[in-house]
Write a protein that binds this ligand. Structure first.
Ligand code: CTP
Length: 470
C-alpha cells in the first residue's frame, strides 16, 4: 500500500531530502499512521530515524526556517512545532527497561529493533519517508489486518511487551475502549498474568490512561476489561468493591458495579465533561460501606451519598487526580445525586426546589443529567414515572430560577447590616437572624429581595427582644 498522497506537506519532503543527503533512514510511525488509516484526526507525528533524532530535528528545523526545537536530551528526542502538526523526532532504538522501573535506558538500534519494541501491531505500522519508496506502508506484524479486524495484539510475545513496560496493559484497554476494538486472547491472558507489574507504573500515568477510558464514547467497555483482567482491584479497589450481589432471605440487591457503568455510559451519551463522568463513576462509591439488610426494608444503603462525597478526596489523592475545584464539583454531585429523584418522588414544592437550586448552584443542570442517568431500572413503568417526575422538577427549577434568581444565592441582608441595625457585636444572634432570613426566602415566606428581607429582619429581631437603632 502506498500512502504518499497523505504525506504531501513540506515537512515530509524536507525530512525525505535530509534523509537522502545524510544517508539516514526515516519513517513516520505509531499513532499517526494508525489514525490515518482509521481516518481519525491526529495532530502529532512521530518520525523515527537511524542515528540521532536530535541532530535530524535540528537539520529539519533549519531547512524549514523554524526556530524552535524542543530537545529532550534524556530521551534522545526533539520536537518541532508547525502550524498543522507537532513533529517528534526520535533515533531508532532498542529500548530496554529495568525490572523495577519503566524509565527507558535508551540504547540505539536499527529500524527493525525499533519496530519490535512497539506496543501493539496497530502501533507498529510505519510509512517510509525515504526517497526510493516514499509513502510505502511497512507492516511487519500484520497491523493492517488487525486494524481491519479491530484487534489489539502485541507484536512480540505479550509477556515480553507487557513486562518491558507494564503501562501498556492500561494502553491495551484504553485503545480497546477508544477504538472499540477487542483485545486478542493471548494478549488478554498476558495482562491477567502480568497485572501485578502495574505497581511499578506511576499513578499519574495510570490515571492518564484511566481518564482516556472515561472520555471514550462507551467507557463501560474499558471498565469491564479493567475488572476482568483484575487490574482495577490493584489501583482502584473502591470501584472494584461495587461488584457483586448478595442475597439474604431470597432478596438480592442490584450489582452496583454494572449499575455504575450503565450510569457512566448514560452520562457519556450526553456529555463529554470528564468530571461529570467522574461524578457518575463515583456516585454510589460508598454503597459497599453502607450496605445493610433489614428484614422489613430489605437492602438499604442509607447515607451512601454523604459517605461517598467524603470518599472523593481520598480517591482523587490515591489516583493523583487534581485536588482542586474539579474535585469539589465531583464531591458536590455525589452528595446531591439523590436529591432531584427524592424530590421527584414526592410533591414538588417550590421550597424544596429553591433548596436544591441554592445547594447545587451553577451545577444544577449537571446534577439533573446525573440524576436522569441514574435511572437504570428495568421496570418500564417505574422508569417512565421517574422521568415524568424529573421533567416536572426541571420545569419547576426553571420557573423558580426565573422568579427568584437563586442559583448562586447571596442573602440580601449581610451580617454587618444586622449588627449595625441592632447594635450588636459579632455573636450567635447575628447568625440566627441571618439563617432565619435565608429560611424565609427558601420557604417562600418572603421574596429574595432587600426590602422584604429588611422588614423580616426587624420582625425577627423584635421576637428575639432586640431593639433596632433609629
Ligand atoms: N509506544 C509504545 N509503548 C508505550 C507508549 C508508546 O510502544 N508505552 C509507541 C507506540 O508505537 C505508539 C507510539 O509509541 O504508537 C507513540 O506513543 P503515544 O504518542 O503515547 O501514543 P499514540 O499511539 O500516538 O496514541 P495517542 O496519541 O492516542 O496516545
Amino acid at each position: 500500500m502506498n500512502l504518499k498522497n497523505n504525506f504531501t506537506g513540506k515537512i515530509f519532503s524536507t525530512v525525505s531530502r535530509i534523509a537522502h543527503e545524510t544517508g539516514c533512514e526515516a519513517y513516520a510511525v505509531g499513532g499517526f499512521v494508525r489514525d490515518l488509516l482509521l481516518q481519525r484526526e491526529c495532530k502529532d507525528v512521530d518520525i523515527v530515524v537511524t542515528g540521532s533524532g536530535i541532530d535530524f530535528a535540528e537539520k529539519s528545523a533549519e531547512a524549514m526556517g523554524l526556530k524552535k526545537v524542543v530537545v529532550y536530551e534524556n530521551f534522545g528526542t526533539a520536537l518541532l512545532k508547525t502550524d498543522d502538526l507537532d513533529i517528534e523526532f526520535v533515533g531508532a532504538r532498542k529500548e530496554s527497561y529495568r525490572g523495577d522501573s519503566r524509565k527507558p535506558e535508551v540504547e540505539s538500534g536499527t529500524i527493525e529493533d525499533d519496530r519490535n519494541r512497539r506496543d501493539f501491531t496497530i502501533n507498529a505500522l510505519s510509512v517510509s519517508l525515504n526517497r526510493q519508496n516514499f509513502g510505502e506502508l511497512v507492516d511487519p506484524f500484520n497491523g493492517l489486518d488487525d486494524l481491519e479486524k479491530k484487534i489489539i495484539r502485541t507484536p512480540l510475545n505479550p509477556d515480553i511487551t507487557f513486562s518491558d513496560d507494564p503501562l501498556r496493559m492500561m494502553r491495551a484497554i484504553r485503545f480497546a475502549a477508544q477504538l472499540e476494538f477487542t483485545i486478542e486472547r493471548t494478549t488478554f491472558q498476558a495482562i491477567i498474568k502480568n497485572r501485578e507489574r502495574i505497581n511499578i507504573v506511576s499513578k499519574e500515568r495510570i490515571s492518564d490512561e484511566l481518564n482516556k477510558i472515561v472520555l471514550s464514547s462507551h467507557p463501560s467497555s474499558g471498565f469491564r476489561l479493567l475488572m476482568d483482567t483484575g487490574l482495577l482491584h490493584i489501583f482502584f479497589q473502591q470501584l472494584a468493591a461495587l461488584k457483586g450481589v448478595e442475597e439474604i432471605e431470597g432478596k438480592g440487591h442490584k450489582d452496583n458495579f454494572y449499575h455504575t457503568l450503565k450510569v457512566l455510559d448514560n452520562v457519556a451519551a450526553v456529555s463529554d465533561d470528564l468530571w461529570l463522568r467522574w461524578a457518575a463513576l463515583l456516585h454510589d462509591i460508598a454503597k459497599p460501606l453502607t450496605k445493610k439488610f433489614d428484614p422489613v426494608e430489605g437492602w438499604t444503603f442509607h447515607n451512601h451519598e454523604f459517605r461517598g462525597a467524603k470518599m472523593v478526596k481520598h480517591i482523587f489523592r490515591q489516583l493523583r487526580l487534581p485536588l482542586n475545584e474539579k474535585m469539589r464539583y465531583v464531591e458536590k454531585l455525589v452528595l446531591l445525586h439523590l436529591r432531584p429523584i427524592v424530590l421527584a418522588s414526592e410533591e414538588v414544592t417550590d421550597s424544596a426546589v429553591r433548596r436544591l437550586l441554592t445547594d447545587a448552584g451553577d451545577d444544577v443542570d449537571d446534577l439533573m443529567i446525573l440524576c436522569q442517568a441514574d435511572i437504570t431500572s428495568k421496570n418500564e413503568i417505574k422508569v417512565n414515572r421517574y422521568i415524568r417526575n424529573l421533567k416536572i422538577v426541571k420545569e419547576k427549577l426553571k420557573e423558580v430560577e426565573e422568579k427568584d434568581r437563586l442559583r448562586n444565592f447571596q442573602p440580601p441582608i449581610s451580617g454587618e447590616l444586622i449588627m449595625q441595625t441592632f447594635n450588636l457585636q459579632p455573636c450567635k444572634t447575628v447568625g440566627i437572624i441571618k439563617e432565619a432570613i435565608r429560611e424565609a426566602i427558601l420557604d417562600g415566606t418572603i421574596h429574595n429581595e432587600y426590602e422584604e428581607a429588611y422588614g423580616f429582619m426587624l420582625k425577627k429581631g423584635g421576637e428575639l427582644g432586640l431593639k433596632a437603632r433609629n
